[in-house]
Write a protein that binds this ligand. Sequence first.
Ligand code: GLY
Length: 385
Amino acid sequence: MPAVASDPLLILGGGLIGLAIAHRLALAGRPVTVLSRRRNEAAGFVAAGMLAPHAEGLTGNQLALGQASLAAIPAWVAQIEADSGLRCGLRPCGIVVPFTSAEQRDAYPTAAWGEALGRAGLEREVPGIGGAWRAGLLFGQDGQIDNRRRLMRALERACVGLGVTFEEGTEVLALERDSGGRFAGVQLRRADGEALSLPAERAVLACGAWSAQLLPQLPVFPVKGQMLSLQGPRQALQRVVFGPGTYLVSREDGLLVVGATSEPEAGFGEGLTPAGQRQLQAGIAALLPEASQWPPMERWWGFRPCTPDEGPLLGESPIPGLWLATGHHRNGVLLAAITAELVGAQLLEQPLGASGAALLAACRWDRFPGQAGSREAHQPSTRQA
Ligand code: GLY
């Protein structure tokens, strides 16, 4: 087994996933450098911070991964808070998913994990909920974290305190390989315009929606989401409400984060659109009519890194020496903890255990049938002529 290299490991991408892995490695005493283009474009700053494997109706491997991460989050957050001295705003507040009929509720993929609610239960859990909703599921185990205002800052400070080096404003232009095809470093452009080649033996690609720009074999594409926030009264809404096309995430101080459109057709198209904002306003009016009167605070957008099965790409890449931590689609905040644990263990050559190994194996980059460069595409057909 090759010795763990002591030169800095590069993290390509300074978003939540990149920071979470940097933190994990720095805790183990490894030298790490994070190359970050623009912090505020990271999906970790855009997301609403729901921790919602059950409320989002995940299934199969995505559900298993989400549940494992949900279980890991309290200890992960406690470590970040201890290392940074900052609170992360973790709230195990429960999430309510409303439905227009009991039949729809009972057919929800994760119904077995929730408490079934009728209209009276909905009104108890979400006072003021719109009249169209007749049934619901309460997932008391799901929750939220204040990613935009707290978690990202705390994680960054924890990393700095543990000696992680940051190169902000640095755009990675290309990956470099040696004659044997191994990862050998990156070409980059610094904030002052200087272009240079940075040699390195190992890196983690955590570039979110932009990942395929560096490694076109990766089946990662952007799914734009528009968001807004309102200032509600403190304590107005205790539960997160996850409706179809719109969700409401109430922070401790009453700030209501409202998401989100899902626009794969937009590509990397920047900006808000009237249609997107109308969708959110209509969703607010349907879910919690009184919130339509609350003062607007901010509007923003970002790009989810999606894959064909909406699950992340974790672990080894087609390039030896380069690891992947990308493609988390709607669940990057939820999955940051398990991503750091699994990819961190792999990088540190620590045992994963059978369940960790199984989770990681389900997240291989080449798991998609017919994918160029995938294992399947390279396997001979079993049918004999
Ligand atoms: N997880 C919520 C979203 O991506 O909009």
